[in-house]
Ligand binder design. Structure first.
Ligand code: DGL
Length: 275
């Protein structure tokens, strides 16, 4: 039987992926989408490789069961720690056209067009930093660029708890940026390599100063997905287009709906997914 078309799945450990989801829907408004936030098990950023892989693959399979043929891991930590295993070990066993894509490669591909000094800073979760995925991917496209990483373990909790306008946010954003620029003051480009960080962009801009460019991933990932669908007609044909958007969370829906508004900029009603 031929594979039926279905929505594009967008996965994140929690709310952060909604910053990417928003841009993807803007870029591809005709398609159907399912967003899944694993809010019951967030954060992923401080967990081991094995745990992030296990959780991510479980969620991807749930999205497949909901009819998705294409899933975007809109989570840097999941992209860094689980994507390769899923692409190389799990998907080939399915023996069909289902695909899973991440957010690191589309970002790494364009970093070179932003930096003039050739010094780029990566702001990310401890898990993404430890994986060195950005260092490895950027070196493939721009071997001449020097990459400096800073793990920002407090930034996700600040965003999750809506403390982004609190003095604690000033303290931690300044502290992490000071650490990074102390290692190399020539950094002229910062990558917000975590889906939560765009909500802190005003503070990051304030403490980084006017001469530093800040790359937020949403738009880049959305454009890259559009290009991917143009290049892969066989995958595009499996993506349905009725402009439907459905939201799932592994946690309590009312909590998700309230906080998701902050990330998406509009109200929504989610459904709970228990597995
Ligand atoms: N969404 C994750 C990312 O982009 C961060 C949140 C978490 O730690 O789970 O890396």
């Amino acid at each position: 039987m031929p594979q039926a078309s279905g929505p594009i799945g967008v996965f994140d450990s929690g709310y952060g992926g909604l910053t990417v989801f928003k841009e993807i829907v803007k870029e591809l408004p005709d398609y159907d989408f399912i967003y899944l936030g694993d809010n019951a098990r967030v954060p992923y950023g401080t967990r081991s490789f094995e745990t992030v892989y296990k959780y991510t693959w479980e969620c991807v399979q749930q999205l497949f069961d909901l009819g998705c043929n294409l899933v975007i891991l809109a989570c840097n930590t999941a992209s860094a720690k689980a994507l390769r295993s899923i692409q190389q070990n799990d998907l080939p066993q399915l023996n069909d056209l289902r695909k899973v894509l991440g957010v690191i490669r589309p970002t790494a591909e364009v970093v070179g067009s932003y930096t003039k000094s050739g010094n780029v800073g990566i702001l990310a979760t401890p898990g993404t930093v430890a994986s060195r995925s950005y260092v490895i991917e950027i070196a493939k496209f721009f071997p001449e660029i020097s990459v400096f990483q800073e793990a920002c373990p407090m930034w996700v909790p600040l965003v999750e708890n809506n403390e982004i306008n609190n003095p604690a946010a000033d303290y931690f954003v300044k502290k992490n940026l000071d650490n990074l620029f102390a290692v190399n003051p020539e950094i002229d480009t910062l990558v917000l390599a975590c889906t939560h960080y765009p909500l802190l962009i005003n503070k990051i801009r304030e403490f980084a100063g006017p001469n530093v460019q800040i790359i937020s991933q949403g738009e880049l990932v959305a454009k890259s997905l559009n290009e991917y669908l143009k290049r892969h007609a066989e995958v595009e044909a499996l993506c349905s287009k009725n402009q439907h958007q459905t939201f799932y969370t592994t946690e309590c829906c009312s909590d998700f709906d309230k906080k998701a508004t902050l990330f998406l900029g509009r109200e929504l009603q989610s459904k709970q997914l228990i597995f």
